[in-house]
Write a protein that binds this ligand. Sequence first.
Ligand code: SF4
Ligand code: SF4
Length: 290
Amino acid sequence: MVFEQMEYELKDGRITAERVTGEELVPCDDVILAIGQENAFPWIERDLGIEFDKWSVPKVDAKTFQSTRKEVFFGGDAAFGPKNIIWAVEHGHQAAISVHAFLQGKSLSERPASTVKLSSVKMGVHEWAYSNDYATLERRLVPHVSLKERFKKVNIEVELGFNPQQAAQEAQRCLNCDVQTVFEAKLCIECDACIDVCPVDCLTITHDGEEAELRTRLRAPARVTTQPLYVSKALKQTGRVMIKDENLCVHCGLCAERCPTAAWDMQKSTIHWPHAGDGESACHTQREIA
Ligand code: SF4
Ligand code: SF4
């Protein structure tokens, strides 16, 4: 396949000039084309009421995806230039909400809210609706075909994969990100049981303070500043706060299992992303998500 080598001039992220500077031949057995295409709208008459910007791309409202002709909507690359397919799907999703509201004669700018529901996964004193074993097993390497074999047969699968038992064991490493630690400050009696049991030292009860200084006073210093800390309301007994470094938490649930007052709980979060026609719905989250 012959590729042209190009040079571009860019302004505000857009190509303003381009030229071919050479060629490169890449030998291939098969070629699968998976490339984006330029936006081109010569087929839209310019007197329809759809305004175009200086790049000849339709002017589109970033929230509603409505063009300047109110019954015409755009999404994907056609709306805001090249993005990936996931954005195109999201644009279609949002445009569908707008079209539905438009046909109902409703406001397009009032968007239905996304919601999060939390529900406890506790099923008994030591039983949870998810697998939460804290295992200190070393990470297992995926077995490979020996080098000797690989040199003998170059077209064989190199990774042998895990057997079902090993695969099941490895899957236990899942951090269960959909299950959150949820803390209720008013229930905490500051017994320190959760602090003692946490296998990764991500919980601390201490006096509140400025974040930068607070980060240095935790049981395990929180050095990843891009990860916000959870800081609870003041605890009843001493006015100190419960702090959690989510960056370390492995969602094992031991804090919730150990806590005598259920101040810590493990709750599954279910996110509802709005669809066209969804009614107004408020966020049902009542407890704090740590
Ligand atoms: S769930 Fe997180 S905070 Fe609770 S004990 Fe396990 S690692 Fe610690
Ligand atoms: S175990 Fe429960 S009551 Fe004890 S300090 Fe932790 S959250 Fe508070």
